[in-house]
Design a protein around this ligand. Structure first.
Ligand SMILES: [Zn+2]
Length: 331
């Protein structure tokens, strides 16, 4: 009897393991293999290869969401003056895996580029409010991936927002839909982020959008608003998640400080691009132990090779770079 029981137990254990194995194959393997998700937009496929695997979908399509946006085509007229005694402060906020860069401008205005993922909400709001600021003059969302717009609806609700810039592309996620609702509720209108748009151009301070240059890209990352900020002799470049295709199109981008594209992924930061930009300082906004293995070793090696000093949010937390127009300091 005792032997029989052991045998039954063994069979039961084997059966249990078999069921577990089959369940694993059914539920997990297909999920992993579809983490590169093809979404249909304007009859082309946009490869959606970012933090969207687990994101809740909107009931509306990209085209439906995009058609609901009424773009504001007016340009900002700015009459503020630059105070030469006030340095520009660029805070690369540590939001884990994602981007959120808050800029205190020397004309007493502010700018926020991206809003991390949804878990970064409190960090971003507390950081900006901690600087004693409740107005964001220019809010730019580089592209609608969750690690860039995740906390954007909360930012819109929590701050006095003057202008909001986004590229003309949608994502059929609840995160994107909630953002549009928050923008509408505040009575704000989105300005299109595209090449040729100057966000600010006064005295020695200029903020230009260099990309997107086209209406359609095959990868959502390449819709990223690429922003160049010039203050007197110093230049900063913010690339969102723009990849090699966009980098190859950029011209006139000899800069001092680079926000490294796509969290240091090897899809960005080509050698050609580094030869054009020659940044003495490179900032990588990246989460500790992230599942994408960002930043890639190859990217770090390329940056080392050109002698660019690399600062990472996963190692240093929030990084602040200050410029008085002549010299740049990393705080
Ligand atoms: Zn990203």
């Amino acid at each position: 009897m005792a032997r029989r029981k052991t045998k039954n137990n063994k069979s039961a254990s084997l059966l249990f393991i078999l069921v577990l194995l089959i369940s694993y194959l059914i539920y997990y393997v297909p999920k992993n293999s579809t983490s590169i998700e093809d979404i249909n937009f304007n009859n082309i496929n946009i490869t959606n290869n970012n933090n969207t695997d687990n994101e809740e979908e909107s009931t509306k399509s990209e085209n439906e969401l995009l058609s609901e946006i009424e773009y504001d085509n007016t340009t900002d007229t700015n009459t503020t003056k630059v105070n030469d005694l006030v340095p520009i402060k660029v805070h690369y906020i540590d939001v884990g895996q994602g981007d959120s860069i808050f800029i205190e401008l020397p004309n007493n205005e502010t700018m926020l580029i991206d809003a991390g993922d949804s878990s970064a909400k409190k960090t971003i709001i507390d950081t900006i409010k901690g600087y004693g600021i409740d107005t964001i003059n220019y809010f730019v969302l580089t592209h609608p991936h969750a690690d860039h717009i995740g906390s954007a609806a909360s930012i819109v609700e929590s701050f006095n927002i003057k202008s909001i810039y986004m590229p003309k592309v949608a994502s059929n996620t609840k995160t994107f839909e909630n953002l549009l609702n928050a923008i509408n509720k505040k009575g704000l209108k989105i300005k299109e982020a595209k090449k040729g748009v100057n966000i600010l151009d006064i005295d020695n301070l200029k903020i230009e959008i260099l990309s997107p240059t086209k209406d359609k890209y095959t990868d959502l990352n390449n819709y990223s608003a690429v922003i160049k900020l010039t203050y007197k002799d110093t230049k900063f470049l913010f690339t969102g998640d723009a990849e090699a295709e966009v980098e190859s199109e950029l011209t006139d981008i000899d800069i001092d400080v680079l926000k490294v594209g796509h969290h240091g992924s090897d899809s960005s930061t080509t050698t050609d691009f580094l030869n054009k930009t020659t940044p003495s300082i490179s900032i990588i906004s990246v989460g500790k132990g992230n599942k994408y293995d960002h930043p890639k070793e190859t990217t770090l090696n390329k940056l080392n090779k050109i002698g660019s000093k690399v600062y990472r949010t996963d190692e240093l937390g929030t990084i602040t770079v200050e410029s008085n127009g002549k010299t740049i300091k990393v705080l």
